[in-house]
Design a protein around this ligand. Sequence first.
Ligand code: SDX
Length: 433
Amino acid sequence: MANDAVLKIEGKEFPLPTMVGSEGEKAIDVRNLRAQTGYITYDDGFGNTGSCTSGITFIDGDAGILRYRGYPIEQLAEHSSFVETAYLIIHGELPNAKQRRHFGDLLRLHSPVHAAMDHLFEGFPLGSHPMAILSALLNSLGCYYPHLATNRVQEDLANFEEASAIAISKVRTIAAMSYRKSRGLPYIYPKRTLPYCENFLHMMFSQPYEDYVCTPEVAQALNLFLLLHADHEQNCSTSTVRMVASSGANLFASVAAGVCALWGPLHGGANMAVIEMLESIHAEGDDGSKFIESARSGKAGHRLMGFGHRVYRNYDPRAKIIKASFDKALASLGIKDDPLLAIARRLEDAALSDQYFLSRKLYPNVDFYSGLIMRALGIPQNMFTVMFAIGRMPGWIAHWKEVASNPKNKIYRPRQVFTGNAKRDYVLMEKRA
Ligand code: SDX
């Protein structure tokens, strides 16, 4: 074929087919490499490896482009809402008025959790991390709705609309309940009259004697935060969801695994780590310059959290949008002169003119400012990654469906290059040193 690659190895030439994606990404198809040559590829961290084809989200890391189902994130941030964008990501098209109403009705219908789930919270010791609770309770949805979690893919696909609505709606209720439990507060049940974000904040912050009043600006800030996190192609947690889905596991088990992957500080945990970093800089009376000096080491624990990205070698478009909406959101919350925001801005300015960061193409990512938005909304710090999970749920669901509905789906099973001991015989205890 005209654009075949040719691999020359051990004196022989092997043609390798190539493929080109709808946005021009090029790939060498190595699916027959081992059978043809006896070689596998090696790519720790998969930075050069496409694990699948997907039609959900497109990222151009060099140009700082992010599109959900072809729609630029900037346009969705300006015109859409989290629920509408969730529908788009899952179903592939923007909903018409009837579809949007039906989707909203499903989410409202499924917002309460099964009464028995209250007892699951009782089993967690006080101070349990909300991500541990979230993952466990999401997985337990398969026990409360066994007809939606049969692990017989065709049956689970046939019930996909109900299962996906349950996952998107109940992730929010479970998150709010874990917060209330951690504070020793009574659970506040969802209201059918409230939209998605307002209902979440109601379940989080209302009291039995007084409803939390959500301003339009706060609801908009939360909508934007969730929308910007809704999908991000083959990131660590989404690849985990796809890995679990590839074995035929149900939607709830797959997204519960995604929560666990997202928890790590290099991934979804970075939004919490950014605030911890800003608070420690503030506490030391540093204006950020000392920290930038230490961040140049790149060592774990000294990294400029919220900076750098495996794909973006440019400003993360989501960070740009959050930063631009920041002043409006803070003003509406009556927050002026936030010292941490001032430090964040100084850190960004310093890093963006510092050769260490510029030479490594390290720019702010979605987590650099998002933690400050959540802090301004009154979301407790240990819930920041939970908020990321609520936002990412539509993406995980869409990728589960893309794997489950692929008739040629193969279970994900990467190879390895073995570097351990060669064959050796068992040594009896008395003969061991
Ligand atoms: C998310 O994949 C996604 O799409 C993820 C995400 C999504 O929506 O799902 O976008 C969400 O996870 C955003 C990333 C959040 N994590 C952080 O902000 C943590 C801080 N950033 C990093 O640790 C790091 O940048 C990663 C993990 C995000 C990316 O790491 P890479 O691409 O594997 O880069 P690397 O670790 O190989 O580093 C390359 C160089 C190294 O220096 P040298 O060895 O070349 O001297 O850059 C340095 C690193 O030390 N470096 C940093 C740095 N990040 C990389 N130095 C200081 N501060 C940093 N933040």
